[in-house]
Design a protein around this ligand. Structure first.
Ligand code: FES
Length: 95
């Protein structure tokens, strides 16, 4: 099972293969921005991937659109769309 590390919080959790970063945070009580509840609309769930970006799913059309319109950087992903298939470390500016 892949692990997600929430870097500044020094927390690491195991999740189901293919689960989203958003669900990994929510299920484990880690606060994550959202106004659309994970429907790939608001873009507030942006996270920076510190390590393991190659272990995430490729961005789909919805995520690509948000990444473009919300000025995401190369290491940033839409947490409610990015699915985890291996260990990954993430951070945000508000943790
Ligand atoms: S929670 Fe709104 S885009 Fe991810």
């Amino acid at each position: 099972m892949p692990k997600v590390k929430f870097v500044p919080l020094n927390r690491e959790v195991e999740i189901k293969n293919g689960e989203t970063l958003f669900k990994a945070a929510r299920v484990n009580g880690v606060p994550i921005g959202s106004s659309c509840r994970g429907d790939c609309v608001c873009g507030w769930c942006k996270v920076e991937v510190v390590a393991g970006i190659e272990n995430l799913s490729q961005p789909g059309d919805c995520e690509k659109k948000l990444m473009k319109t919300r000025d995401y950087g190369k290491s940033e992903r839409v947490a409610c769309s990015a699915r985890v298939f291996g260990d990954v470390s993430i951070t945000t500016g508000y943790w």
